[in-house]
Design a protein around this ligand. Structure first.
Ligand code: HEM
Ligand SMILES: *[C@@H]1O[C@H](CO)[C@@H](O)[C@H](O)[C@H]1NC(C)=O
Ligand SMILES: *[C@@H]1O[C@H](CO)[C@@H](O)[C@H](O)[C@H]1NC(C)=O
Ligand SMILES: *[C@@H]1O[C@H](CO)[C@@H](O)[C@H](O)[C@H]1NC(C)=O
Ligand SMILES: *[C@@H]1O[C@H](CO)[C@@H](O)[C@H](O)[C@H]1NC(C)=O
Ligand SMILES: *[C@@H]1O[C@H](CO)[C@@H](O)[C@H](O)[C@H]1NC(C)=O
Ligand SMILES: *[C@@H]1O[C@H](CO)[C@@H](O)[C@H](O)[C@H]1NC(C)=O
Ligand SMILES: *[C@@H]1O[C@H](CO)[C@@H](O)[C@H](O)[C@H]1NC(C)=O
Length: 318
């Protein structure tokens, strides 16, 4: 107990490798096994969890606040998502339930999300693509109003993207490599259809989008108001976590304006070039994911370990 107390004290404020090795030795293995089961059943799970982890970290730090449900008195981050179309909450809730059975009240939802995001994306390679340090605590506050100022939008230009990342201690290299997360998953038509039908309000098309690709996208997204159809962000390779996003981007087939924006800055453009080499991409992605997973984390005695990821513990201070 004393040794643990001293360790917790000296390491307060910092995440550690295998934080639960004493308190819940099987935690990481349980999380990995369950995550892999979910991916086997549904290959879109990696994209969902990776994006969920990104959104968690960018609003109030990686504290699981994205997982909280709204209450009678509070509109949570999640509720800003009819627009944002986040999915995967059910997977995290399921994993949390099983982890609680093994070690009640020990493993945070924020750590489960960070680990499950890594494990789900890594599934296709059967080895960990990046390190996840643990010891995050769960936040008790989640506000829909804090989402738009922190999460860049699909129409953000380079200046805005750079500023958004800088606010989180991330630089242009991090921005370009983490945007590579768009090598998996989908976007809804309304996140980019202005580029097809009404780019400057004159019924025009975004000239920076490859015209034949735009023609293809128009066969998918039939009008500006289509908010239900989904399109792969990295067509032909949308379930495959690789560096193909940068190939697509170079061909001016990046789906969102925020993707295309990476070609509008010379530094960013040079970095895009570097990631056309696969090993460079994987190495830097791993480094930047560790940085992202460390944003404004709660540790030590801060926050709490939620019993259910969608709710702040009963009797805790709000
Ligand atoms: C650079 C700023 C970013 C912007 C503006 C952005 C924007 C978006 C948008 C608009 C979507 C589509 C949502 C929809 O219509 O369904 C999306 C999906 C996605 N984003 Fe990002 N994103 C950014 C950064 C990131 C980062 C850093 C990651 C993770 C490392 C990430 C991972 C994903 C994934 C995996 C999806 C697909 C989700 C799914 O298929 O369910 N994004 N993003
Ligand atoms: C995880 O899966 C492996 C391989 O199927 C199995 O050997 C191991 O016992 C499982 N661990 C837990 C904690 O369920
Ligand atoms: C929390 O909210 C999600 C959707 O935002 C909903 O699907 C889920 O049922 C809610 N959880 C509980 C336990 O009410
Ligand atoms: C909502 O706020 C009221 C008044 O402050 C309080 O009595 C009630 O317990 C709160 N409800 C929840 C679910 O937090
Ligand atoms: C949805 O997105 C649009 C455009 O980004 C924004 O103007 C609107 O306020 C958002 N709606 C919600 C409910 O967040
Ligand atoms: C980028 O977008 C912001 C916010 O919409 C705008 O104020 C700014 O002028 C834009 N910058 C450039 C270079 O277009
Ligand atoms: C295109 O944009 C302009 C300016 O915002 C708007 O007046 C017009 O209604 C839009 N066209 C369509 C088809 O929505
Ligand atoms: C899609 O658009 C319809 C019609 O404008 C609207 O009622 C609905 O709420 C929108 N759905 C989403 C998920 O934004």
């Amino acid at each position: 107990m004393l040794a643990f107390g001293v360790l917790a004290f000296t390491e307060a404020g910092r995440l550690q490798e295998d934080f639960y090795c004493q308190s819940c030795p099987l935690a990481e293995e349980i999380i990995k096994n369950l995550t892999w089961e979910h991916v086997k059943a549904n290959p879109t799970v990696p994209a969902r969890l990776l994006r969920l982890h990104f959104h968690d970290c960018f609003v109030r730090g990686c504290d699981g606040s994205i997982l909280l449900n709204s209450t009678a008195n509070n509109t949570a981050e999640k509720a800003a998502t009819p627009n944002l179309t986040l999915l995967g909450f059910d997977v995290i809730d399921d994993i949390k339930e099983k982890v609680e059975e093994a070690c009640p009240g020990v493993v945070s939802c924020a750590d489960i999300l960070a680990l499950a995001a890594r494990d789900s994306v890594s599934f296709q390679y059967k080895r960990n693509l990046w390190k996840v340090y643990t010891g995050r605590r769960d936040g008790t506050i989640s506000r829909a109003s804090e989402v738009s100022g922190n999460i860049p939008s699909s129409v953000s230009n380079f200046t805005v993207l750079k500023q958004n990342f800088a606010k989180k201690g991330l630089d242009v290299l991090d921005l370009v490599v983490l945007s590579g997360g768009h090598t998996i998953g989908v976007g809804h038509c309304d996140a980019f259809s202005k580029r097809l039908y009404n780019f400057t309000g004159k019924g025009d098309q975004d000239p920076s989008l490859d015209p034949s690709y735009a023609a293809f996208l128009k066969t998918q997204c039939k009008s500006l108001s289509d908010n239900t159809t989904i399109v792969a962000m990295d067509p032909g390779s949308a379930l495959n976590f690789d560096n193909h996003y940068y190939v697509t981007l170079e061909q001016h087939k990046g789906l969102f304006q925020s993707d295309a924006a990476l070609l509008t800055n010379e530094d960013a453009r040079n970095i895009v070039q570097e990631f056309l080499t696969s090993s460079t991409f994987f190495g830097q992605f791993a480094e930047s994911m560790v940085k992202m997973g460390d944003i404004e984390v709660l540790t030590g005695e801060q926050g709490q370990i939620r019993e259910h990821c969608a709710f702040v513990n009963f009797l805790s201070s709000y």
